[in-house]
Design a protein around this ligand. Structure first.
Ligand code: ZN
Length: 147
């Protein structure tokens, strides 16, 4: 058969012309022995169903291709947008982690300072007690020394 677009000789079973890339419609080629048009014209009652099938096939193909393209683009967009939101999420998580660590550190230091203050108070109290006891100890020491 010959290409419907450029007219060059091509194999009968090819779907696309190897020279120009035009899609080859078998039913459009009169020289090609395609059974569907002849069967449609020969059988009367079955002509509607058998004739509609080859006509619907390219539509189905186009629909499938369009669906695939839409799915691929949607998946690509989804993946791209997901990647972007993932980056955003990672950044936000890192920020949150940093903030959490900072707050934890702050709480730790607060606890530490509180413990330090408590310890200081304890030390102060002990020192006060020691000072309160010191004269007594000195007195006892003095009394023992004077004895
Ligand atoms: Zn061609």
């Amino acid at each position: 058969m010959f290409c419907t677009n450029c007219g060059k000789a091509i194999a009968a079973e090819v779907k696309f012309c190897p020279h120009c890339g035009a899609a080859q419609v078998p039913s459009a080629q009169s020289s090609a022995p395609t059974p569907s048009p002849t069967a449609a014209t020969q059988s009367g009652p079955a002509a509607g169903s058998s004739g509609a099938l080859p006509a619907r096939k390219p539509v189905l193909w186009a629909g499938a291709v369009a669906l695939l393209v839409a799915l691929a683009s949607a998946a690509g967009y989804w993946g791209w947008s997901n990647k972007g939101s993932d980056d955003e999420l990672v950044r936000r998580l890192a920020d949150e982690e940093q903030r959490r660590v900072a707050s934890e550190k702050a709480a730790e230091t607060a606890e530490f300072t509180a413990a330090q203050a408590l310890l200081d108070k304890h030390i102060a109290v002990e020192e006060a007690q020691a000072q309160a006891h010191a004269p007594a100890a000195g007195q006892t020491k003095g009394t023992t020394r004077s004895r």
